[in-house]
Design a protein around this ligand. Structure first.
Ligand SMILES: [Zn+2]
Length: 282
C-alpha cells in the first residue's frame, strides 16, 4: 500500500484547517500549508529512536498529548510506517487510544492492517489506501508541478507505482530515491535480457539494508506487473520485459511480492536477495 503519508497529511489538514469547506480542508490556509510542509507545531510526526517506534517513543507521545496544543485547539500525532514495531510499543498506545485527551488525535500507518494488534485496531478507525494508476498520478502531478514535461511526470509516476508523494520526491531530486529507481531499472533490464549474473550483482547491491531492498523490489515489481498487464492487453513490440511470457512475469511478480514481505521481518537481506534471484530464474 502506498499514498499513506499523503492520506495522513490530508486527515491532519481536515482536523487543523481554519477555513474548511464543509468537511474538506481548504488546502491553502496557514494551517493547511504548514501541515503539508510538515512544519505545523500541532502536527507532530513522531520520530523513531530505533528502526521502529520504541516503548519510550510511545510514552513520550502519551505524556506530550496531555499538554495543550500550540496554535490550534487540536494536536495530531502521526506514527508513520509502524511496520516492525514491537507488541510492547503497541501496548503502550492502548490506554491513550482507548481514552485520549479531548484535543489529541493519533494516526498510525503501515503496510497492512496486520501491522497492528487487534486491540489497537479495535480502538481505531481503519482506512485502506490504494494507488491511482500511473496516468492518474501523472495528471495529478501536472497540477502540482506544471513546469515539468508530461514524459518526465509519467516516467516518475510509473517508477513509483503511482505514489504521488514518492513521484514528487523523485522529480524534486531526492537522491536516495533516484539511486533506488535507477537500480530498479537496471534490475528490470537484466531480467529482460535474462542476465542472471547481472541480476544477482544488482540485487546484492540493493541489499545493503532490508528497507532499501524492499523499496527497490517494490519498484521492480511495479514494472513487472505493468508489463504482465500490457502483455495481456496488447503485446507491445520491443517492450523490454513483456518479451517474457505472462506466466513467467506473474511468477516473478509473486516472488518479488513475497520477498518484499520478508524484508519487513527480521531476516538477512543478502540471503534474501540470493534466494530471490534463484526464484526469478527458476
Ligand atoms: Zn485550510
Amino acid at each position: 500500500m502506498a499514498g499513506k503519508k499523503t492520506c495522513a497529511d490530508y486527515i491532519a489538514m481536515q482536523l487543523l484547517c481554519s477555513d474548511k469547506k464543509g468537511s474538506a480542508p481548504c488546502g491553502s490556509c496557514r494551517e493547511c500549508s504548514r501541515v503539508q510542509k510538515h512544519i505545523h507545531p500541532d502536527y507532530i510526526i513522531v520520530e523513531k529512536s530505533k528502526k521502529s517506534f520504541s516503548i519510550e517513543d510511545v510514552r513520550a507521545v502519551v505524556e506530550d498529548s496531555y499538554t495543550a496544543p500550540n496554535d490550534c485547539d487540536r494536536k495530531v500525532y502521526l506514527f508513520a510506517d509502524c511496520d516492525g514495531w514491537s507488541d510492547a510499543a503497541q501496548n503502550a498506545t492502548l490506554k491513550i487510544t482507548e481514552d485520549p485527551p479531548d484535543s489529541a488525535y493519533f494516526i498510525f500507518t503501515g503496510q497492512s492492517e496486520n501491522t497492528f494488534l487487534p486491540t489497537l485496531r479495535s480502538r481505531s478507525m481503519l482506512m485502506a489506501v490504494g494507488n491511482p494508476s500511473a496516468d492518474e498520478c501523472a495528471k495529478a502531478l501536472s497540477e502540482l508541478l506544471p513546469d515539468h514535461s508530461t514524459d518526465e511526470l509519467l516516467s516518475a509516476a510509473k517508477s513509483t507505482g503511482g505514489n504521488i508523494g514518492r513521484a514528487m520526491a523523485l522529480i524534486q531530486g531526492d537522491e536516495e530515491l533516484i539511486n533506488e529507481t535507477s537500480l530498479a531499472r537496471d534490475i528490470v533490464d537484466s531480467l529482460a535480457r535474462g542476465d542472471e549474473y547481472r541480476t544477482a550483482v544488482l540485487l546484492s547491491k540493493a541489499a545493503k539494508t532490508r528497507e532499501g531492498l524492499r523499496r527497490v523490489l517494490c519498484a521492480v515489481s511495479y514494472e513487472v506487473r505493468d508489463s504482465a498487464v500490457t502483455r495481456t492487453v496488447t503485446p507491445v513490440e520491443g517492450e523490454k520485459l513483456s518479451r517474457l511470457g505472462t506466466g513467467r512475469l506473474l511468477k516473478m511478480y509473486d516472488a518479488l511480492s513475497a520477498a518484499q514481505s520478508r524484508c519487513l521481518l527480521n531476516c538477512n537481506a543478502d540471503a534474501l536477495s540470493s534466494a530471490l534471484c534463484a526464484q526469478l530464474y527458476s
